[in-house]
Design a protein around this ligand. Sequence first.
Ligand code: HAS
Length: 544
Amino acid sequence: IHDSKLSMAYIYIAFAALFLGTMAGVVQGLVRGGLIELPYSISYYQLLTAHGVLLALVLTTYFIYGFLHAGMSRTLGTMTPFERRLGWVGFWVLTIGTLLSFAMILTNDASVLYTFYAPLQASPLYYVGLTLFVVGTWIGGASLLAHYIRWKKRNRGQITPLFSFMTVGTILLWYVASIGVAATVLLQFLPWSLGLVDNINILLSRTLFWYFGHPLVYFWLLPAYIAWYVCIPKIIGGKLFSDSLARLAFVLFLLFSIPVGFHHQLMEAGISEFWKYLQVVLTFAVIVPSLLTAFSIFATFELAGRAKGARGAFGWVRKLPWGDARFFAPFMGMLFFIPAGTGGIINASNQMNAVVHNTLWVVGHFHITVGSTVILTFFGIAYWLIPVLRGRAFTARMNKLAMTQTILWTVGMFFMSGAMHLLGLLGAPRRTAYTTYQDHATAAAWFDGVFTNQVTMALGGVILFVASMLMIYIVINLAFFAPKAHTEFPIGEVADDARETPRILENWKLWIGIAVALILFAYTIPLMDMIQNAPPGSPPFRPW
Ligand code: HAS
């Protein structure tokens, strides 16, 4: 019960962020669609920053920690008071950091978008808030790792439950990745925003950011994969196809998701072709664990259907529980991931990146990855996790609403991100309310098709907003008003004919060693080059 309070604290803030973040999102979408103008002195960039930070950073991080803590307690037993205290310290440091950064956004002192690219400069307090945010996640992560280490010591020689193994992989990935953002914030942005140094090395700051920024997307994705591998098999009444393959996918993410940041900087001068090429090759390696996941999940679905008597090549599809939102929402997320992953492969291809980089295409890409695949899965988790933690039931009425929520989210996202992808191909830029070409009005007329239209994008945004408010209603109901009942935390079993899991998969020292070697290989020389041949640097730019 004590552990569930910690998880719920994370979940409350996650959904508060969903509420505020989607509100900022719909208003900002309507401004961009030319449908409204902002009152008072609120700026488009201020709203866009609030939207990105609240949804991409706050909602995701809080939900992930709430989910992982709950799953660890479910699979490894309750935490000790020390582990729980560590968890709460992490929560509060994270929350103080979040509130501080958010306050700076509200006062328009940090309208630097969620990527806070230099030379855009925010108030030093914004960077202090970001630092606390990261430190809070490290402390929360330490609580999870302490829980794992204690279990390992007590259960020597035993294979760790899959949920906990995956949690450890996710947290290790986060630790290695977040060193990059901590370094750029502490060593570059803070001294610069405090006026201790006049200039900032932009290329270095972006490189350190993307060293962190790409694994960040897998930090969002892996908890969704945990649900796909561990919880969904139970929900559909089946068994996981292979335990080893699932663990291998997570190990591959740890190895390959970090030394790939240059694929966000392919159009950036100052990094030589060779290093970009190398990191693109590694990017193609990090696609493999997602392909393994697609295979595993398909196989799990097929096995479940056949065990229920399905016949023919695709008879098993009909045996899936289509009316159950705990399955349907993550499933729609999986479907989104097929075009979304394809889009990622397009982005990572140098020549095609030249077409899509800095256009709305990229915004479309991240709305169907993190905004659909990940978030729909998180919604699907919330439908059972909140009842588990609050000792309540997920009733048939709530399930109906949750099904409607999923459909609305899917339709809204289809319109919004579909339009974004197409507009991007036509050249509509991102990170700006205007086209910035010609006198805007002339250039805006390029985008006048039915789907290639900024209004379609805004319409999708409005549907998403309605879906989001429905989600908030469901969350409040599940947390406070649903009937009291015992709800089970779904943990699936592995299929009977699966082979025994090789122990080497849990040799974290080995995997961290290889990951560090790959990172050093991919980054040492380019980073030295950026530091030694640093351009004069740039003074701050505060356009608001
Ligand atoms: Fe990305 C930009 C490349 C995945 C998020 N990405 C972004 C940004 C974000 C983001 C936020 O190379 C923008 C950052 C910014 O603000 O500038 N991305 C990739 C690649 C992948 C990829 C190669 N991205 C993600 C995921 C994200 C995410 C996941 C969030 C969670 N991305 C890029 C690149 C850029 C980029 C460039 C920079 C662009 C630029 O120029 O600025 C891969 O990981 C994708 C692999 C995925 C697959 C799909 C596998 C399919 C599965 C579903 C199976 C379905 C089933 C159901 C089982 C190959 C697993 C079917 C069942 C039935 C019955 C039908």
